[in-house]
Design a protein around this ligand. Structure first.
Ligand code: MF3
Ligand code: CO
Ligand code: CO
Length: 291
């Protein structure tokens, strides 16, 4: 049987045959995908050894998030969270990636209520009813894994429950689109469609990203967009999905600290992030926590 130029490539890349192994010396091996993706998109595909290292870094990242979850209570400061994350990271032979990253002064991002992302730990005291996003990135054995969750402090309001549930479901639906032959646009489309259907809005200024060898690598993963748009997903891609969802309007501004993004209308904002791998079968989450 002859493979058509427009058929899916037999190597499992998810690309059309003509854009992949057609005309290659060993057709169907997919051996050139690594070169093709780097040349075309600047994307560095990960091999099995790379993936195992990111998986280990990811396990530590999740462990740190779980430790923060156990410690969280009204009355503690965001600096207390920084201390916990920093010490636990170092104690496990890892490095907290945020520290000194482009001048970021702390080891973790902690974003409360209307803060969308990049909150800087300090003397702010967490209060009953707050929502707090904790975004942890570890470098273990040179490999980066990036994940975050939004937690309740004490008893949440109905609004708090809603925005956290919607943001979490956005990440779940985004991950559901990850498989060879899918596209980065499918992920954004799934997230935007759900969030806006719930009357919430999607932040545009910050995006998911390739990760593993560095903190932020190509490609960008938009949390909005068109089905079928963007880049075709292929096995070995590792990237984050990290939708930031606002209860009100999507507009934001940056605080005088030059880092923290907050909603312009003062509405609550929530985020969930995981690092994932495209596998031949679909997706493996490398920072696994239940969604
Ligand atoms: N962890 C964030 C992300 O998900 C990036 C934080 S950059 C920092 O991509 F400098 F603020 F740490
Ligand atoms: Co990220
Ligand atoms: Co992050």
């Amino acid at each position: 049987m002859k493979i058509g130029r427009n058929d899916p490539c037999p190597c499992g890349s998810g690309l059309k045959y003509k854009h992949c192994c057609l005309g290659k010396k060993k057709p169907g091996t997919g051996g050139d995908l690594k070169d093709t993706y780097y040349r075309r998109h600047g994307i560095r595909l990960k091999n099995a050894d790379d993936v195992e290292k990111i998986r280990r870094s990811g396990r530590l990242t999740v462990e740190i998030l779980e430790m923060v979850a156990r410690a969280l209570r009204p009355g503690m400061t965001t600096e207390d969270i920084n201390t916990l994350v920093h010490e636990h990271t170092i104690a496990n032979g890892a490095i907290p990636a945020p520290l000194n990253y482009r001048g970021f002064p702390k080891s973790v991002c902690v974003s409360v209520n209307d803060e969308i992302c990049h909150g800087i730990p300090g003397d702010r005291i967490l209060e009953d009813g707050d929502i707090v996003n904790v975004d942890v990135t570890s470098i273990l054995d040179g490999y980066y894994a990036d994940a975050n969750r939004t937690f309740f402090v004490g008893e949440p309001s109905a609004d708090a429950r809603k925005i956290v549930a919607v943001a979490q479901e956005c990440l779940r639906r985004g991950l559901e689109m990850v498989k060879p032959g899918g596209t980065t646009g499918d992920i954004g489309w799934a997230i935007q469609t759900y969030a806006e259907g719930q009357g919430c809005s999607v932040v545009r200024e910050f995006v998911g990203h390739g990760v593993g060898f560095e903190f932020h690598e190509p490609p960008q993963i938009l949390h909005y967009g068109r089905r079928g748009g963007g880049i075709v997903l292929v096995p070995g891609m590792v990237f984050t999905i990290e939708p930031m969802i606002n209860l009100g309007r999507r507009e934001l501004y940056i605080l005088d600290n030059h880092w923290t993004a907050v909603t312009e209308d003062g509405s609550l904002s929530a985020q969930f992030e995981q690092t994932c791998l495209v596998t031949p079968e679909g997706v493996e989450v490398l920072t696994p926590y239940p969604l």
